[in-house]
Ligand binder design. Structure first.
Ligand SMILES: [Zn+2]
Length: 291
């Protein structure tokens, strides 16, 4: 499918980090490009106390941005002071602020693939944050890498969490089945559908269709070889930002390319997939707190 005829038909980017400095301070261009391609709502995920304020400001400044606040597992070693109180204050202030689309806990989780990240400390920080979400009945945006057993246990431990977003999760069919005991959605990023991401693509093929969402995970670099098509044919590559090494960065418009690739993997017509994602999003966003 070429650039012009491909539109996202009202889908959302449910996981991004638009507060990242590589996007600069004026995000208008990224939202405009996304909207032009039919991407309407944007979940912007904080990752540490250092970026919560900017995340909150983005949600106040731009329409249809849903902010989340949390400590990402990669940042567990970098937090100090009373970060827990700061997190509660940020969540509560955002939940009661005018003109902001709710708030959730995220991006939090477990990452046992990265060396030098203490596993026990990750679990402690995650559970501290999940208590806060459980108490407030907040959605949770979860990062889980090589930690599936513990993740599946944790999903069951916090039963008042109304919805979990398992972001770019790679899992077996049995693990997917176990996760479905909780109200989970699976969101897939450009990296999950890259041609060489064999296990991630298998996950894309196996999750139930009424649980699929799409995400840019911006500004994570896009797969360097596209999706096996010439880059010029992929709209999401015709953008956006580049990092200092020249790699193309994912941005909210990139979810259109992700949806097209999910449709190809699942052998589903793209229009049918868009309709399904729109229905899924409705159920996902209904779980977000509103004032
Ligand atoms: Zn992320």
């Amino acid at each position: 499918m070429g650039f012009a005829e491909s539109t996202g038909a009202g889908i959302s980017d449910v996981h991004s980090h638009l507060q990242d400095g590589r996007f600069g301070d004026d995000l208008t261009v990224y939202f405009e490009r996304a909207r032009a391609r039919g991407v309407r709502r944007f979940v912007c995920c904080g990752t540490s106390p250092a970026d919560w304020k900017k995340t909150a400001e983005i949600a106040k400044k731009y329409p249809n941005v849903f902010p989340t606040f949390g400590v990402h597992p990669w940042n567990v070693g970098r937090i100090d002071g009373d970060w827990e109180t700061a997190l509660k204050i940020m969540l509560d202030a955002t939940l009661s602020a005018d003109g902001v689309s709710g708030a959730a806990l995220g991006e939090v989780g477990l990452d046992f693939a990265v060396r030098n990240l203490d596993a026990a400390a990750q679990e402690t920080v995650l559970r501290t944050q999940l208590e806060i979400a459980n108490e407030r009945k907040l959605p949770v945006v979860l990062h889980s890498v090589r930690a599936n057993d513990l993740t599946l246990k944790i999903l069951r431990d916090y039963s008042k969490v109304p919805v979990w977003l398992l972001h770019s999760w790679t899992a077996t069919e049995a693990e997917i089945e176990r996760a479905l005991a909780s109200n989970v959605f699976f969101s897939f990023s450009p990296r999950c559908v890259a041609p060489n991401a064999v296990r991630a693509r298998e996950t894309v093929a196996k999750v139930p269709r009424d649980r699929i969402l799409v995400e840019s995970d911006a500004p994570t670099p896009l797969p360097p070889n596209g999706y096996g098509k010439p880059l010029s044919q992929i709209a999401s590559f015709a953008v956006e930002a580049r990092d200092s090494d020249g790699a193309l960065l994912s941005a909210p418009a990139s979810v259109v390319g992700v949806a097209e690739e999910i449709a190809a993997i699942r052998k589903t017509p793209i229009d049918e997939l868009y309709r399904q994602i729109a229905l899924n999003e409705k159920r996902f966003f209904q779980c977000w707190p509103t004032r």
